[in-house]
Design a protein around this ligand. Structure first.
Ligand code: ARG
Length: 586
């Protein structure tokens, strides 16, 4: 690759000039009008030696002999690097001929376990569960691109209080006589029932103490795998999971494992808790079993103003509760036991959890517990990717017009409708499948172009636009190239660059290639989205300025077409990584 080549040439010249070379010698130019790459090394060398940077730069340049690159001094001490036309062409042809833009599978042997999705059973997927699968799927594909082996698990929320609450409410409303009293025929538990009963139960537990206790007991008995709770739960889980699968499939989200909090056995839970007990890491507090995870500098008491003030702590890190007062399991317990199981089955180098950033404390506690008890080996990296909230235009969490939490399906519908409007306006008729693919592209690209940890505004009109930094714009650019290549028929794709528009495109391809690694390092797709957009934009400029199909010079025409094919390959790889559909026509 170009950057590595330039680094090598520079490194040799630096040594020849009597200086010490370091890493990161070269970066993309801050001023693309004047150079393609730049090196800031002379400032560092000047600090080390006291010699002025201009002198250093000139000495280094005088020791370079390259026919592919032009090196020049730029005040006050930069070395500018420009590619020759031949080098541009060679680089482009070589990327065009290689698989995956020449990105090598350098991470073979790494095993990465990814935990994302995390939908809760009995509650319909709502908009809060949109970001985890979108981000998780893209991170998984990035790892695969570099050759790592990934295992993905959706880790359904299927074992907590929401189960006991829903069962108790369904029973009170007379839906469960068959299970509880052996009366009548087996009822069909439907999603509509769950949509109604869970919110009802959730409200009721706040005021109805007897009901809350009953739901708590039902949860415990379910966790002890007692009947009829287990049978009701199985049927509830099945209806929910069907819808969850459908929703995820629409979003191009796939999992190797469809496990959940319930997947660890009672025996596994007991063994996990015993590890903490045996190692003396757990203590009883108010009837519950807790593990102290605070470190020095955390939990420093803030002096009370008066005796009745509640005690406050600076930098508080409360203990992790691993067993409830009634012996019930908790989110923490199932997560710990699940990690034990994952490590036994897959021995991952890294375990990555993608959830709302409000779960940060949970994961800090989980990771500390796991390390304390050596459930996670020392060299295993445990990572929490916490994302911000998807807000509406009012800056508050995205809601329906009536103020209800919006279902995930409604969001995909809303955005697909927008895409359909555009298709109709462009004379492409009514095509719900195509509209969905464009809508999903809008949603995902809009999401992934934002910093993972930050909140953002879901602006359906802006996200679904066919121009600007949007998913549909990238899809459209590829479709446009497709149609161009179809019209052109067979051609000999030999790129031979001369125009500035072509050089800009090739630089943007090189930047896009680099952005895959940057995105993986950051576990955030912002860099990839930005580079993808920049490439698409530079292609549009080229397309508007250059008459491609009517070009008389055959070599030039082939070169333009070859370059178009390169852009198509590059944009397609980017979209595939983001799990966005590449469309033939649009
Ligand atoms: N079900 C959880 C939620 O709704 C997410 C699960 C994340 N994964 C985990 N292993 N805790 O937020």
């Amino acid at each position: 690759m170009v950057k590595e080549e330039i680094s090598k040439i520079l490194e040799a010249a630096i040594k020849k000039s009597g200086f010490c070379a370091s890493d990161n010698l070269v970066s993309f130019s801050n001023k693309p009008e004047t150079s393609d790459y730049q090196s800031n090394i002379c400032f560092t060398l000047s600090k080390e030696t006291g010699i002025n940077p201009k002198e250093i730069a000139e000495t280094i340049i005088s020791n370079i002999n390259s026919s592919d690159y032009e090196f020049s001094f730029c005040a006050p001490g930069f070395i500018n690097v420009k590619l020759t036309d031949k080098k541009f062409s060679d680089a482009a042809n070589s990327i065009l001929k290689s698989k995956n833009l020449g990105i090598e599978k350098t991470d073979k042997g790494e095993v990465i376990f990814l935990d994302y999705g995390g939908a809760n059973v009995a509650k319909e997927l709502h908009v809060g569960h949109l970001r985890s699968p979108i981000i998780g799927e893209a991170i998984k594909r990035l790892y695969n691109l570099f050759g790592a082996k990934t295992i993905s698990d959706t880790h359904l929320g299927d074992w907590g209080l929401q189960m006991g609450l829903t069962i108790a409410q369904l029973e009170d409303d007379g839906y469960l006589d068959y299970y509880f009293k052996g009366k009548g025929n087996k009822p069909k538990i439907t999603l509509e029932m769950l949509n109604e009963e869970y919110p009802k139960a959730s409200l009721r537990k706040k005021t109805d103490e007897a009901f809350r206790i009953k739901a708590d007991n039902y949860t415990l008995w379910l966790q002890q795998r007692k009947e009829p709770y287990l049978s009701v739960w199985k049927d509830m889980r099945e209806v929910s999971v069907k819808t969850i699968e459908k929703n995820y499939a629409n979003l191009n989200i796939t999992f190797d494992l469809w496990k959940g909090e319930s997947s660890v056995s009672n025996e596994d839970i007991k063994k996990t808790i015993d590890i903490f007990k045996k190692k003396g890491l757990a203590r009883v507090s108010e009837g519950a079993l807790v593990v102290d995870v605070a470190r020095e500098g955390e939990n420093i008491p803030i002096p009370k103003k008066n005796e009745s003030d509640p005690q406050l702590y600076r930098n508080p890190m409360p203990p992790a509760i691993i067993e409830k007062h009634n012996g019930g399991e908790l989110y923490m317990t199932t997560d710990l036991a699940t990690l034990v199981e994952r490590n036994k089955d897959y021995k991952p180098n890294k375990v990555i959890y993608v959830t709302d950033s409000r779960q940060k404390e949970h994961f800090t506690k989980l990771f500390r517990c796991a390390k304390l008890a050596s459930i996670s080996p020392e060299n295993q990296e445990l990572i929490h990717v916490g994302f911000g909230t998807m807000n509406g235009k009012d800056g508050k969490p995205f809601k329906t017009r009536s103020g209800d939490t919006i279902k995930l399906e409604d969001v995909t519908n809303l955005i697909s409708e927008k895409a359909q409007e555009k298709l109709t306006a462009n004379g492409l008729g009514n095509d719900p499948k195509l509209a969905l693919k464009i809508g999903v592209a809008a949603l995902k690209f809009g999401d992934l172009s934002n910093d993972v940890s930050k909140d953002y505004v879901l602006d359906i009109d802006r996200f679904a636009a066919f121009e600007g930094k949007t998913g549909p714009y990238i899809q459209y650019t590829i479709a446009r190239i497709n149609s161009l290549l179809n019209k052109a028929g067979d051609f000999d794709d030999k790129i031979s660059v001369s125009l500035i528009e072509e050089k800009t495109i090739i630089m943007n391809v090189l930047k896009l290639i680099e952005s895959f690694r940057i995105s993986l390092t950051n576990l955030s797709l912002v860099s990839l989205c930005n580079a993808t957009f920049a490439l698409a934009q530079s292609y549009s400029t080229f397309y508007n300025n250059v008459k491609i199909l009517s070009e008389k010079d055959c070599a030039k025409k082939n070169s333009y077409l070859g370059l178009s094919k390169l852009v198509k390959n590059a944009l397609s790889l980017a979209l595939e990584t983001l799990a966005i559909d590449v469309l033939e026509k649009m």
